[in-house]
Design a binder for this molecule. Structure first.
Ligand code: SF4
Ligand code: SF4
Length: 468
């Protein structure tokens, strides 16, 4: 029989008797629940608030697809900057690998939109329909006027939140104030209506109905993240060695003398679980790492005067080999995580340097292909070029244009151009040289474009000059 590597594990999918059975999570308080509340508020203040933040006379964060410009505070990205999008995706992937290998499903448990909106919808559900026993009773009971009133109120609030969420989402692509104005005047576009409704319906469906099924069966991240786990990854772990044999007992009974572990088999850890699993069955694909079962079990341990931590954040190796906290932390720095960390830091530094030194001017030059060269009125040989200037800053700027690279070469006509902030301008430029001053054929030249107010903003572009 093949020997199993100590770092290779198979994560079981819990045998669920009825996978479609509705889960009614019981309310819980505790340190991790407090953190979940903090993250719900934090993420929602950012999401709902950022699209209202003004910056340089426009919205601070705006992905203007129509103008093909992305604004992120002072940063303005143009279609030519898609390389940054590639870097962003690479950085996100590296951060995901690193974070998952070290901290497991912390993202799922605290900050994932699915978790956050499910939590918000559950707060409303509990506020209107009551605690777990009342909700179960209400759903199982007959259709009374009271039941219809409660369900109507709950779904109305869910729908309002969902619609506002859809509106906020679209507000990152169409300026939020304009979007609201267009709703009032009835000028809102068909695509905007579609995306508001689509995003709103997705929020309503996923947070109101699909809930844990999204995490269990649909979310691709949930499916593949276990590949990034090893036995030193942080997980929510039930300490079976300490907890078993489980069983009820009186508070004053010595569990060891009664042949019992610390688990009193109260089932509260299962009742608070938003995915409806029993963490005592071991690490499971369905566990989103929300830590509700830790808070629940710690309360039970307090009541029984047992030490906390029967269910706790730990690693599989730490539980099996009784690691101390410093040992757990030291094992976070292992070869795999260090490789991810170095790659992440190196790429982050490269992107930061590139953004910091980014010149807010883009230049395109094209030789007039219809006439290779011509003789001017003064007898000089002339070549014509089309120059496309893009002012990638948000301030109006003037640029000085010069041409270099050949003896006696010069620019005819105007050598300056003014371009409005975030604007573009096309110029026709004529470059000339004295006849006989150069050999026949092509010669490399350089156009230099420099901001008149800031010489550091300078771009050089190569071109070709033709002589007869
Ligand atoms: S909450 Fe703790 S004591 Fe109660 S069943 Fe779960 S693990 Fe056992
Ligand atoms: S087992 Fe615990 S940590 Fe995992 S989803 Fe359920 S309550 Fe959350």
């Amino acid at each position: 029989m093949a020997k199993q590597s100590p770092n290779k594990r198979v994560i079981p999918i819990q045998a669920v008797t009825d996978p479609n059975a509705k889960v009614y999570p019981r309310s819980i308080s505790g340190i991790f629940q407090n953190w979940r509340i903090v993250f719900v508020w934090l993420t929602q203040i950012i999401f709902y608030g950022l699209c209202w933040l003004p910056w340089n006379g426009r919205q601070a964060v705006l992905f203007d697809l129509e103008e093909r410009r992305f604004y992120i505070f002072d940063l303005v990205l143009w279609p030519q900057d898609t390389i940054y999008l590639t870097f962003l995706l690479l950085l996100s992937a590296l951060a995901l690998f690193l974070f998952t290998a070290v901290a497991g499903r912390l993202w799922c448990g605290y900050a994932c939109p699915q978790t956050v909106y499910t939590e918000i919808f559950l707060w409303i559900e509990k506020w209107i329909e009551g605690e777990r026993p009342q909700r179960i009773k209400l759903d199982a009971g007959p259709r009374t006027a009271e039941k219809i009133r409660k369900k109507t109120l709950k779904h109305s609030i869910w729908l309002l939140i969902s619609l506002w969420t859809g509106l906020t989402f679209v507000g990152y692509f169409t300026p939020m104030r304009e979007l609201l104005g267009s709703i009032v005047t009835g000028d809102i576009g068909a695509w905007e209506i579609f995306w508001v409704l689509f995003y709103g319906a997705s929020t309503y469906g996923m947070a109101g109905f699909l809930r844990e099924h999204m995490c269990k069966y649909i979310c691709p991240y949930a499916q593949f993240q276990f590949v990034m786990f090893d036995r030193d990854t942080l997980i929510i772990a039930y300490d079976a060695e300490r907890g078993e044999a489980r069983g009820s007992r009186g508070k004053n009974v010595d569990p060891r003398a009664a042949g019992l572990g610390d688990c009193i088999d109260c089932g509260i850890c299962v009742q608070v679980c938003p995915t409806g699993i029993d963490i005592r069955d071991g690490l499971q694909l369905e566990c989103i790492g929300c830590a509700a079962c830790i808070d629940a079990c710690d309360q039970v341990m307090d009541k029984m005067n047992y030490p906390r931590g029967l269910i706790r954040y730990s690693t599989e190796n730490a539980v099996a080999q009784h690691y101390t906290r410093p040992q757990i932390i030291s094992r976070a720095f292992r070869l795999r995580t260090l490789v991810y960390l170095v790659a992440f830091l190196t790429l982050s530094a490269a992107v930061a340097w590139s953004l910091a030194t980014k010149v807010p001017l883009k230049v395109g030059i094209q030789k007039d292909r219809s006439v290779l060269y011509r003789e001017g009125n003064d007898g000089a040989i002339e070549n014509t070029f089309q120059m496309h200037l893009t002012n990638a800053s948000e301030q109006d700027r003037s640029f000085r244009i010069s041409v270099q690279g050949l003896p006696g070469i010069r620019l005819q006509g105007t050598d300056t151009a003014s371009v409005a902030g975030a604007g573009m301008q096309d110029l026709s430029l004529t470059v000339s040289a004295e006849p006989g001053s150069l050999d026949s054929g092509s010669h490399p030249i350089i156009f230099a474009i420099e901001d008149t107010a800031n010489p550091d903003t300078r771009v050089e572009q190569k071109a070709t000059f033709w002589m007869p």
